[in-house]
Design a protein around this ligand. Structure first.
Ligand SMILES: [Zn+2]
Length: 383
């Protein structure tokens, strides 16, 4: 029986993928990769733990394995899982329930005593030339020998799987992160980032990774899907194989990671529009203290850029700023200011639709004193 933490199990149907029970758009996991472990300390701690797990494997695979070795391995795997608990596709592996399951299967009381029993019997079997099962039956006739053999074999396979998955994870993650990052930067320069343009760039850099080991047909279980749909279920024993498979599948659908120009985080693009900002929050607050979305900040920046490059808008802004200053210094009333701003806006609108006016009279018309004079003289100054 395979446990969820043995493999990455991914069901692909259309543009969605279910990875160990969590639903994503195809290609989304590579976005999570680019956004995680960006602090050098984090990445180092992570790489060190991965290396430790690989080093533990030397003891665990040798015939002199002791429970102490397995306990050390167990602690290292649990620490690594705690580090990746918010990181896709490892979120489902790192729930408290899963951590408990990992501990139970490596260091739990029952498995430890069964393993001890097995080793004792294996030793006798070796000395006597008899089968382990025969010795087991003789030593503990009250237990089901076949079942015990099954549990111990299964547990050893689990350990081997976990070592492969987590021991190579540090190196896999850094390699995949760098490769995908370089490609994402190249995609940014594309005028039309669709599958036809994304794939040739990506093929050029296609890393050699193993393909999934097993494929099954299963019923797709995505949220909101009412019809019966088939999904291809793939089993990956290494993170590297999964992440590149998912990334390239995503590119084929026109899904690719793009960096937000406001917050700097990556987000998944699902069409060839040149979206420059993510849908998230920017961390930047407005005057009222409300946090703005990256889109809102982006829009403000674009308007500012536009205004700075447009003489009509630049003139309009200068006049409006002047009006604001006058009212705050008490030179004019609020009413006059409002009327003057309205008049300035009318001039600007007229200039937008009339080129002759924009190139001529606009610049003399756009004058705050002229606007003040248009309002009844007694209102123009505070009494
Ligand atoms: Zn953003």
């Amino acid at each position: 029986m395979e446990k969820a933490f043995d493999h990455i199990i991914a069901d692909y149907a259309g543009n969605k993928v279910m990875v160990n029970g969590a639903e994503h758009l195809v290609g989304e996991c590579s976005v999570a990769l680019l956004n995680c472990f960006n602090e050098p300390d984090e990445l180092e701690a992570f790489g060190d733990l991965s290396d430790d797990i690989l080093a533990d494997s030397v003891y665990v695979e040798s015939s002199e394995t002791t429970q102490d070795h397995i306990d050390v391995l167990c602690e290292d795997i649990l620490s690594l899982l705690r580090l990746v608990k918010d990181f896709h596709p490892f979120v489902p592996f790192a729930t408290e329930v899963q951590l408990e399951a990992v501990w139970e299967s490596l260091s739990g009381e029952i498995i430890v005593s069964l393993r001890r029993l097995y080793h004792e019997c294996a030793k006798i079997a070796e000395e006597t030339g008899k089968a382990v099962q025969t010795i087991l039956q003789r030593v503990r006739p009250d237990l089901d020998a076949e079942r015990i053999l099954g549990i111990v074999t299964n547990s050893n396979r689990q350990i081997a799987n976990m070592i492969t998955l987590y021991g190579e994870y540090g190196r896999d993650l850094m390699f995949a992160k760098n490769e995908i990052n370089v490609l994402a930067e190249r995609f940014r320069l594309l005028k039309k980032p669709d599958a036809t343009h994304l794939l040739p760039i990506a093929f050029y850099a296609l890393p050699k990774v193993a393909t999934p080991t097993k494929v099954q047909f299963v019923k797709a279980e995505f949220e909101g899907d009412l019809e019966f749909k088939l999904a291809n279920r793939y089993f990956f024993s290494r993170y590297l194989d999964f992440i590149f498979y998912d990334f390239y599948q995503g590119l084929g659908l026109g899904h690719y990671p793009r960096r937000c120009e406001v917050c700097g985080k990556y987000f998944l693009m699902t069409d060839s529009h040149l979206q420059r900002y993510c849908n998230g929050l920017s961390g930047i607050k407005n005057r009222a203290g409300k946090e703005l979305t990256c889109r809102a900040v982006g829009k403000q920046r674009r308007q500012k850029e536009l205004a700075e490059n447009d003489p009509i808008l630049r003139k309009y802004k200068t006049v409006c700023n002047g009006i604001r200053k006058d009212v705050s210094r008490g030179k004019i009333t609020e009413e006059t200011a409002e009327a003057a701003k309205r008049a300035a806006k009318d001039c600007k609108e007229k200039a937008k639709h009339n080129n002759d006016y924009a190139n001529g009279a606009y610049f003399t018309d756009m004058n705050k004193n002229r606007f003040y004079a248009m309002v009844t003289p007694k209102d123009t100054r505070v009494a």
